[in-house]
Design a protein around this ligand. Sequence first.
Ligand code: ZN
Ligand code: ZN
Length: 234
Amino acid sequence: MSLRAAARAAARLPARHVDDGAHAWRFLGESCDVLCPRCDRLGVVRYLRTDDAPRITASFHCHGCHLDVRGVPLYRYASSVLPGVDWFGPCCAQGERSCGHCGARGLGYCRRLDAGEAYAMHRVQVRCPGCRHESELTLSVLPMGDNEVGHEPATGMRLARSEPVMQGRFVWAYNAGHQAELTRYVAARLREATVVANAGFVSRLPAWLKSARHRKKVLAALARIERRMSSNEE
Ligand SMILES: [Zn+2]
Ligand SMILES: [Zn+2]
Protein backbone atom coordinates (compact mmCIF):
# COMPACT_ATOMS: atom_id res chain seq x y z
CA MET A 1 0.00 0.00 0.00
CA SER A 2 1.32 3.44 -0.90
CA LEU A 3 1.68 6.18 1.70
CA ARG A 4 -1.30 7.98 0.17
CA ALA A 5 -3.47 4.86 0.25
CA ALA A 6 -2.42 4.23 3.86
CA ALA A 7 -3.38 7.81 4.74
CA ARG A 8 -6.75 7.36 3.01
CA ALA A 9 -7.35 4.13 4.95
CA ALA A 10 -6.40 5.94 8.16
CA ALA A 11 -8.84 8.75 7.40
CA ARG A 12 -11.67 6.21 7.57
CA LEU A 13 -10.68 5.26 11.12
CA PRO A 14 -12.03 7.09 14.17
CA ALA A 15 -10.07 10.27 14.89
CA ARG A 16 -10.16 9.84 18.65
CA HIS A 17 -8.34 7.18 20.63
CA VAL A 18 -8.79 6.53 24.34
CA ASP A 19 -5.99 4.76 26.21
CA ASP A 20 -7.79 2.52 28.69
CA GLY A 21 -4.56 1.33 30.25
CA ALA A 22 -4.34 -2.09 28.59
CA HIS A 23 -0.91 -3.68 28.87
CA ALA A 24 0.39 -5.21 25.62
CA TRP A 25 0.20 -8.69 27.15
CA ARG A 26 -3.55 -8.28 27.48
CA PHE A 27 -3.63 -8.48 23.70
CA LEU A 28 -2.12 -11.96 23.73
CA GLY A 29 -5.68 -13.21 24.32
CA GLU A 30 -6.00 -16.68 22.83
CA SER A 31 -3.15 -16.66 20.37
CA CYS A 32 -0.12 -14.99 18.83
CA ASP A 33 0.89 -15.08 15.14
CA VAL A 34 4.49 -16.30 14.79
CA LEU A 35 6.97 -17.66 12.26
CA CYS A 36 8.08 -21.26 12.83
CA PRO A 37 11.64 -21.13 14.20
CA ARG A 38 12.57 -24.20 12.16
CA CYS A 39 10.97 -23.64 8.72
CA ASP A 40 9.77 -19.97 8.75
CA ARG A 41 6.19 -20.96 7.97
CA LEU A 42 3.40 -18.83 9.43
CA GLY A 43 2.03 -20.42 12.59
CA VAL A 44 0.11 -19.72 15.77
CA VAL A 45 1.09 -19.98 19.42
CA ARG A 46 -2.01 -20.76 21.48
CA TYR A 47 -2.51 -20.06 25.16
CA LEU A 48 -4.18 -22.38 27.61
CA ARG A 49 -5.41 -20.98 30.92
CA THR A 50 -5.73 -23.19 33.98
CA ASP A 51 -6.53 -22.55 37.66
CA ASP A 52 -3.28 -24.14 38.81
CA ALA A 53 0.28 -22.93 38.35
CA PRO A 54 1.72 -22.02 35.92
CA ARG A 55 -1.71 -20.52 35.04
CA ILE A 56 -1.01 -19.78 31.38
CA THR A 57 0.91 -22.12 29.08
CA ALA A 58 1.80 -21.71 25.42
CA SER A 59 1.68 -24.40 22.72
CA PHE A 60 2.72 -24.41 19.09
CA HIS A 61 2.43 -26.91 16.27
CA CYS A 62 3.89 -26.24 12.81
CA HIS A 63 1.83 -27.66 9.94
CA GLY A 64 4.90 -27.50 7.69
CA CYS A 65 7.77 -29.18 9.58
CA HIS A 66 5.68 -30.56 12.50
CA LEU A 67 7.76 -28.87 15.15
CA ASP A 68 5.72 -29.39 18.30
CA VAL A 69 6.14 -27.29 21.45
CA ARG A 70 3.79 -27.81 24.39
CA GLY A 71 3.11 -26.49 27.86
CA VAL A 72 5.64 -23.64 27.99
CA PRO A 73 4.81 -21.36 30.95
CA LEU A 74 4.13 -17.76 29.98
CA TYR A 75 5.59 -16.38 33.21
CA ARG A 76 8.94 -17.92 34.06
CA TYR A 77 10.17 -15.65 36.83
CA ALA A 78 13.77 -15.66 35.60
CA SER A 79 14.14 -19.45 35.53
CA SER A 80 16.44 -21.11 33.03
CA VAL A 81 15.27 -21.86 29.48
CA LEU A 82 16.23 -24.65 27.08
CA PRO A 83 17.29 -23.10 23.76
CA GLY A 84 15.67 -24.92 20.86
CA VAL A 85 13.30 -26.81 23.17
CA ASP A 86 11.16 -24.24 24.97
CA TRP A 87 12.86 -20.99 23.93
CA PHE A 88 13.64 -19.93 20.35
CA GLY A 89 14.72 -16.33 20.74
CA PRO A 90 17.99 -14.77 21.84
CA CYS A 91 19.14 -15.66 25.34
CA CYS A 92 22.09 -15.23 27.60
CA ALA A 93 24.23 -17.87 29.34
CA GLN A 94 25.22 -16.37 32.63
CA GLY A 95 26.58 -17.16 36.06
CA GLU A 96 27.97 -15.27 38.99
CA ARG A 97 29.54 -16.05 42.36
CA SER A 98 32.43 -15.04 44.58
CA CYS A 99 35.91 -16.59 44.35
CA GLY A 100 36.23 -19.71 46.54
CA HIS A 101 39.97 -19.04 46.99
CA CYS A 102 40.30 -15.36 47.99
CA GLY A 103 36.66 -14.46 48.57
CA ALA A 104 36.63 -11.66 45.99
CA ARG A 105 33.15 -10.97 44.69
CA GLY A 106 31.92 -10.87 41.19
CA LEU A 107 33.31 -13.87 39.32
CA GLY A 108 30.99 -13.44 36.41
CA TYR A 109 30.31 -14.82 32.97
CA CYS A 110 27.72 -13.71 30.48
CA ARG A 111 27.47 -14.59 26.83
CA ARG A 112 24.65 -13.77 24.45
CA LEU A 113 23.35 -16.75 22.48
CA ASP A 114 21.60 -15.95 19.25
CA ALA A 115 18.32 -17.57 18.28
CA GLY A 116 18.92 -21.15 17.17
CA GLU A 117 22.52 -21.25 18.41
CA ALA A 118 23.33 -24.72 19.72
CA TYR A 119 24.03 -24.71 23.40
CA ALA A 120 25.40 -27.58 25.46
CA MET A 121 27.78 -25.88 27.87
CA HIS A 122 26.40 -25.46 31.37
CA ARG A 123 29.69 -24.93 33.19
CA VAL A 124 32.66 -22.71 32.41
CA GLN A 125 36.07 -22.12 33.97
CA VAL A 126 36.65 -18.52 35.00
CA ARG A 127 39.80 -16.94 36.39
CA CYS A 128 39.58 -14.66 39.43
CA PRO A 129 40.85 -11.18 38.51
CA GLY A 130 42.27 -10.87 42.08
CA CYS A 131 44.15 -14.11 42.88
CA ARG A 132 44.18 -15.66 39.38
CA HIS A 133 42.70 -18.85 40.79
CA GLU A 134 40.51 -20.75 38.33
CA SER A 135 37.12 -21.95 39.39
CA GLU A 136 34.08 -23.49 37.82
CA LEU A 137 30.91 -21.53 37.29
CA THR A 138 27.49 -23.10 36.70
CA LEU A 139 25.49 -21.17 34.14
CA SER A 140 21.80 -20.50 33.72
CA VAL A 141 20.36 -19.64 30.34
CA LEU A 142 18.02 -16.70 30.64
CA PRO A 143 15.71 -15.41 27.90
CA MET A 144 16.46 -11.99 26.49
CA GLY A 145 13.62 -9.81 25.32
CA ASP A 146 13.86 -7.77 22.16
CA ASN A 147 11.32 -5.02 22.47
CA GLU A 148 12.43 -3.40 19.23
CA VAL A 149 11.53 -6.27 16.88
CA GLY A 150 9.14 -7.96 19.33
CA HIS A 151 8.81 -11.67 20.02
CA GLU A 152 6.27 -14.13 21.34
CA PRO A 153 6.77 -13.78 25.12
CA ALA A 154 6.59 -17.47 26.18
CA THR A 155 8.73 -19.11 23.48
CA GLY A 156 10.73 -16.21 22.04
CA MET A 157 9.52 -17.08 18.51
CA ARG A 158 9.63 -14.30 15.92
CA LEU A 159 6.37 -12.45 15.40
CA ALA A 160 4.63 -12.82 12.04
CA ARG A 161 3.29 -9.27 12.52
CA SER A 162 6.59 -7.38 12.77
CA GLU A 163 7.61 -4.94 10.08
CA PRO A 164 10.37 -2.34 9.67
CA VAL A 165 9.12 1.25 9.53
CA MET A 166 12.54 2.78 8.96
CA GLN A 167 16.17 1.97 9.73
CA GLY A 168 16.25 -0.12 12.92
CA ARG A 169 12.64 0.74 13.84
CA PHE A 170 9.90 -1.88 13.85
CA VAL A 171 6.19 -1.88 14.45
CA TRP A 172 4.82 -5.17 15.77
CA ALA A 173 1.70 -6.82 17.12
CA TYR A 174 0.86 -10.18 18.66
CA ASN A 175 -2.33 -10.85 16.72
CA ALA A 176 -5.10 -9.22 14.65
CA GLY A 177 -6.81 -7.67 17.69
CA HIS A 178 -3.59 -6.14 18.99
CA GLN A 179 -2.76 -4.80 15.52
CA ALA A 180 -6.24 -3.28 15.14
CA GLU A 181 -5.83 -1.47 18.48
CA LEU A 182 -2.38 -0.23 17.49
CA THR A 183 -3.67 0.94 14.10
CA ARG A 184 -6.55 2.82 15.74
CA TYR A 185 -4.09 4.51 18.08
CA VAL A 186 -1.60 5.53 15.39
CA ALA A 187 -4.36 6.78 13.10
CA ALA A 188 -6.05 8.83 15.83
CA ARG A 189 -5.38 12.55 15.68
CA LEU A 190 -6.60 13.18 19.20
CA ARG A 191 -5.19 10.83 21.80
CA GLU A 192 -6.64 10.76 25.28
CA ALA A 193 -5.29 8.95 28.31
CA THR A 194 -7.75 7.88 30.98
CA VAL A 195 -5.09 6.39 33.24
CA VAL A 196 -1.86 7.47 34.85
CA ALA A 197 1.21 7.66 32.65
CA ASN A 198 2.93 4.37 31.70
CA ALA A 199 0.10 2.18 32.91
CA GLY A 200 -1.16 1.24 29.48
CA PHE A 201 0.40 -0.37 26.44
CA VAL A 202 -0.10 2.81 24.48
CA SER A 203 1.91 4.95 26.89
CA ARG A 204 4.73 2.39 26.73
CA LEU A 205 5.05 2.67 22.96
CA PRO A 206 8.32 4.28 21.86
CA ALA A 207 8.20 8.03 21.24
CA TRP A 208 9.09 7.74 17.53
CA LEU A 209 6.04 5.52 17.01
CA LYS A 210 3.78 7.96 18.83
CA SER A 211 5.09 10.92 16.87
CA ALA A 212 2.65 12.38 14.34
CA ARG A 213 5.62 12.91 12.01
CA HIS A 214 5.89 9.13 11.46
CA ARG A 215 2.16 8.40 11.31
CA LYS A 216 2.00 7.74 7.55
CA LYS A 217 5.05 5.47 7.56
CA VAL A 218 3.80 3.49 10.57
CA LEU A 219 0.35 3.05 8.99
CA ALA A 220 1.94 1.93 5.73
CA ALA A 221 4.02 -0.67 7.63
CA LEU A 222 0.89 -1.88 9.46
CA ALA A 223 -0.88 -2.15 6.09
CA ARG A 224 2.03 -4.23 4.71
CA ILE A 225 1.66 -6.63 7.65
CA GLU A 226 -2.08 -6.91 7.01
CA ARG A 227 -1.54 -7.60 3.30
CA ARG A 228 1.11 -10.23 4.04
CA MET A 229 -1.15 -11.96 6.58
CA SER A 230 -4.15 -12.07 4.23
CA SER A 231 -2.07 -13.36 1.30
CA ASN A 232 -0.85 -16.14 3.60
CA GLU A 233 -4.40 -17.17 4.44
CA GLU A 234 -5.35 -17.77 0.81
ZN1 ZN B 1 7.97 -25.39 10.80
ZN1 ZN C 1 40.22 -15.05 43.94
